[in-house]
Design a protein around this ligand. Structure first.
Ligand code: ZN
Length: 276
């Protein structure tokens, strides 16, 4: 195991539910584009791909058909990346629609948003107790590892509750999502605090949206965490400069990880680290 200590799991979130071609024409939205982008990110060194799909108009969607198409394209190649599908590709969807992609397609991981929040000051991002119980148990049945997304500290306490109830199983894997309006700000202080709350033996990763992106990346590496990058979280590569592709983020993260004497985990190393 010791050689895994210096490995950093690099998750790329290529698409997300919200970025549009108006914000950045390079965001991949349709199955072929997403699959090609995931492939290129894997070639560039990414370990995990967190996947969202869009409808034909490019709007947020949990279309099962679009997930099928996207994963079929990826799985038809020699791409070994760990697949992580979202369960939160839109607002106001039924539990069944949100759960169908991982139940039907059995990626190795899927996101688990561990509480309800006011999203972007405009709407409610609902993850009710009933849904979280159902979701956690369904993930266990399908042998899909939950990526527990944390937008504020209370969500960690929800996860601890579900761990106690058997809805979630140790070791837990957390993703600290910082800097979204309605959630915790992307500051190093918040990151240190969140890390202090998770159970010993958990794995964790983090990202910051907007100007917190790079500070959170560096702080996460300094604290021994794993990294998420990509256009779901940042359509700008740097201040005022639109990202050309998700690969650009992968290559920058890889450079930084190597500068500090670590290396990016291969997908198989990520599987060992995350226990998937
Ligand atoms: Zn997502």
């Amino acid at each position: 195991m010791s050689d895994l200590e210096n490995k950093v799991v690099l998750t790329v979130a290529t698409t997300g539910a919200w970025p549009s071609k108006n914000e950045n024409p390079n965001v991949p939205l349709q199955p072929r584009e997403i699959a090609d982008e995931v492939y290129a990110c894997w070639k560039a060194g990414a370990s995990v791909a967190h996947i969202h799909v869009r409808d034909d108009e490019g709007k947020a969607s949990m279309s099962y058909e679009k997930f099928v198409e996207t994963l079929e394209y990826i799985r038809a190649t020699d791409c070994k990346i760990v697949l992580n599908t979202t369960t939160s590709g839109g607002i106001g969807l039924t539990d069944e629609i949100r759960m169908k992609p991982f139940m039907g397609l059995r990626p190795e991981m899927a996101s688990y948003d561990c509480g309800t929040m006011n999203w972007m000051h405009t709407t409610v991002f609902e993850n009710s107790p009933k849904f979280l119980e159902k979701l956690g148990l369904a993930m266990q049945n399908c042998n899909v590892k939950p990526e527990i997304e944390i937008f504020d500290a209370g969500m960690i306490y929800n996860a601890l509750y579900y761990l106690k109830q058997g809805v979630l199983k140790a070791p837990l894997h957390f993703q600290f999502c910082l800097g979204t309006p309605g959630g915790m700000a992307a500051t190093v202080e918040n990151l240190v605090f969140l890390k202090s709350l998770i159970p010993v033996g958990s794995t964790w990763s983090a990202f910051g949206v907007g100007k917190g992106h790079m500070p959170i990346l560096y702080a996460t590496l300094a604290l021994g965490g794993h990294i998420r990058i990509g256009m779901e979280d940042n359509v700008y590569y740097s201040k005022g400069v639109l990202a050309e592709s998700n690969v650009q983020f992968v290559l920058r993260a890889k450079r930084i990880i190597e500068e500090i004497g670590k290396s990016v985990a291969t997908p198989d190393e990520a599987r060992q680290i995350l226990g998937v």
